[in-house]
Design a binder for this molecule. Structure first.
Ligand SMILES: C[S@@+](CC[C@H](N)C(=O)[O-])C[C@H]1O[C@@H](n2cnc3c(N)ncnc32)[C@H](O)[C@@H]1O
Length: 381
C-alpha cells in the first residue's frame, strides 16, 4: 500500500477482498490503521532488534509490523499475534521474523505513550508551525476521533456541546439509532469541517455554489441555513452518498456531476464554498496513511491544482458576494500561500477572515481535524 502510494481504504478494498466476514475485514482495517499510526515506533523497535537493517519494503518487516502492532497495541496474545503472520513468510525469512518478534517480547519493550511522527512529517510541520504543534499532533495520532453531530442534535442524550448546533459523542456510538436520525435533524461531521459553511451565515434564499461538495456535509449545512444550493462534484459515487444524505435529511440542493475545471454555472451566484481536493494531512487521525504517503512533491502539485481551481471559480461570484476557500490540510502551501497568491493577482477580492485550525484544538474534549479556511469578498462595483 505505502509502496503504491494508495490511501488505506483503497488498498484494503483490494487486500481484504477475499475476507468473507465483515468482522475479519474490520480487524484487518484496525491492524493496518494501528500500524500506520505507530509505524515510526514499530520500525524503531524492529531496527533495534536486527543486526542488519531490514529494507523498508522487506516482507519480513511487514510481517513483523503486523505481529508487533497486534501484540503491543491491540492486546492480541503474543502467540496468536506471531502465528497469524508466520504463514506470510512461509518458505522465506520465517526464522528471522520469529526470532526478532520473540526477542522484542522477551525484552518487554513497549511502544511509547505518545507516538512518534515520521521524521519527515515532524520536520515539515516543525518548520511551518513550531514544536508545540508537532507535540500536539503526536499526542493525537493514536487517538481515534469522537463523533460530532452537527445541525439540530438531540437535546436529551448525553454528550459535550462545544458550540451551538454541535454535540460530541464517544467513538463507536451507534448514530443511526439515535433520536432524530431518520428525520435528518442532524448529521455526522467533524467540528472543524463545520466552520467553512458557518462562515457564510444564513442564506435567506440566496444562491450558493458548493464546489467539490461530496459526500455533502457542507451541502447539508448550507441548505439547512436557508441557501439555495447547487452542489458540484466530479465523483459520481461520492455524489450518490451526497444524494442519500440529502434524502435522509429532507434537505434540498441541485446536484451536478461535473469537473469544476470544465463546467461553468449558468449565472453568477451570491456565494461560493470551494472545499478543494487536498493532501488531507489535517485528517491524519482518521486517515493515518497520509502521514506516510503524502510527499512534498504531491503537496506542490495539489497546491497548483488548488490555485487553478480558485482562479477559475472566482469569476462566478457576483460583486459583493462572499467566497470560502477550505482545505483539510496542514500545509501552508495548500492554504495560506494559495490565498495570498490569489489576492496578489485579484485586486477585486479582499480577505475578511482566515482560520488556521491546528492539532491541539479542543484537545481535552477529544480533538478536532486540521483545516485552513479563508473567507473572501468580491469587492462590489
Ligand atoms: C474534501 S472533499 C469534499 C468534502 C465535502 N465538501 C463535504 O463537506 O462533505 C473533495 C471533493 O472534491 C472532489 N473533486 C476533486 N476534483 C474535482 C474537480 N475537478 N471537480 C469537481 N470535484 C472535484 C472529490 O470528488 C471530492 O469529493
Amino acid at each position: 500500500m505505502l509502496r503504491k502510494g494508495l490511501p488505506l481504504e483503497a488498498a484494503l478494498d483490494n487486500a481484504a477482498r477475499d475476507l468473507e466476514r465483515s468482522d475479519d475485514r474490520a480487524f484487518a482495517h484496525a491492524i493496518a490503521a494501528a500500524a500506520l499510526r505507530r509505524l515510526a515506533d514499530l520500525d524503531a523497535l524492529i531496527d533495534g532488534a536486527t543486526r542488519k537493517r531490514l529494507p523498508d519494503d522487506a516482507k519480513a518487516r511487514f510481517a513483523l509490523l503486523i505481529a508487533l502492532v497486534q501484540a503491543l497495541e491491540l492486546g492480541t496474545p503474543h502467540h496468536a499475534a506471531i502465528s497469524t503472520v508466520l504463514p506470510l513468510v512461509d518458505g522465506g525469512p520465517r526464522k528471522l521474523v520469529h526470532g526478532v518478534f520473540s526477542a522484542i517480547m522477551r525484552s518487554k519493550q513497549t511502544l511509547p505513550d505518545i507516538p512518534s511522527l515520521p521524521e519527515a512529517v515532524a520536520e515539515r510541520w516543525r518548520e511551518q508551525w513550531g514544536d508545540e504543534m508537532v507535540a500536539a499532533a503526536s499526542r493525537s495520532v493514536a487517538s481515534q476521533p469522537p463523533i460530532d453531530l452537527i445541525g439540530d442534535p438531540p437535546a436529551d442524550i448525553e454528550g459535550i456541546s462545544l458550540q451551538p448546533g454541535h454535540l460530541r459523542l464517544p467513538r463507536g456510538t451507534a448514530v443511526a439509532e439515535l433520536p432524530g436520525y431518520d428525520e435528518g435533524k442532524w448529521w455526522v461531521q467533524d467540528i472543524s469541517a463545520a466552520l467553512p459553511a458557518n462562515l457564510l451565515g444564513a442564506g435567506e434564499g440566496r444562491t450558493v455554489l458548493d464546489l467539490c461538495a461530496a459526500p455533502g456535509g457542507k451541502t447539508m449545512q448550507l441548505a439547512s441555513a436557508g441557501w439555495n444550493v447547487t452542489a458540484v462534484d466530479v465523483s459520481e459515487s461520492r455524489l450518490a452518498r451526497l444524494s442519500q444524505n440529502l434524502e435522509r435529511t429532507g434537505l434540498a440542493a441541485k446536484v451536478v456531476a461535473a469537473d469544476v475545471m470544465t463546467w461553468s454555472p449558468p449565472a453568477q451566484v451570491d456565494a461560493i464554498l470551494l472545499d478543494a481536493p487536498c493532501s488531507a494531512t489535517g485528517i491524519f487521525r482518521r486517515h493515518p496513511d497520509v502521514l506516510h504517503r503524502v510527499r512534498p512533491r504531491a503537496i506542490a502539485e495539489l497546491a497548483e491544482g488548488q490555485a487553478a481551481m480558485l482562479a477559475r471559480v472566482a469569476g462566478w461570484l457576483k460583486p459583493g458576494g462572499r467566497l470560502v476557500y477550505a482545505v483539510c490540510s496542514l500545509e501552508r502551501q495548500e492554504g495560506e500561500q494559495v490565498v495570498s497568491a490569489f489576492l496578489d493577482r485579484r485586486s477585486d477580492y479582499r480577505i475578511e477572515e482566515e482560520h488556521r485550525l491546528l492539532p491541539g484544538r479542543f484537545e481535552a474534549e477529544g480533538g478536532a481535524d486540521g483545516f485552513f479556511i479563508a473567507l473572501l469578498t468580491r469587492i462590489g462595483s
